[in-house]
Design a binder for this molecule. Sequence first.
Ligand SMILES: [Cu+2]
Length: 148
Amino acid sequence: MLRWIAVALLLLASSSALAAECEVDIAATDQMTFDTDAIEISKSCDTFTVNLTHEGTMPVSSMGHNWVLAKESEVNDLATAAITAGADQGYLPPDDERVIAHTDMIGGGESTSVTFDVAKLQEDEEYLFFCSFPGHSMMMRGSVTLVD
Ligand SMILES: [Cu+2]
């Protein structure tokens, strides 16, 4: 009996390790929204992938969306720097160390992905994701949390 319990626990443990989702699908809309405001990343993931789909129809020039990961304390400054960077840079300052990961800026009907090393995240730090298109970062943002 005890042996069976041990086997069952082992199976449970291994299946939950396998079940750790190391990617997330996120949709963005013409209404300037993401369909999630919280992303949890398992520490068991070596890398994490974000698949962003713009489900609207508006062009990138007027309703562009991207997915940018940064420390919460740096998001507002980064959003301002993104506007300064302008459309030619995809509304992100190039090679900015505050940007931990980011997708391309996309328009309606388009999709993009980014994969980054989970080791870049620290347990005692607060992170946000946001869209760096001008005027979007206050509406389009959410938390990124490391979980066991
Ligand atoms: Cu946006």
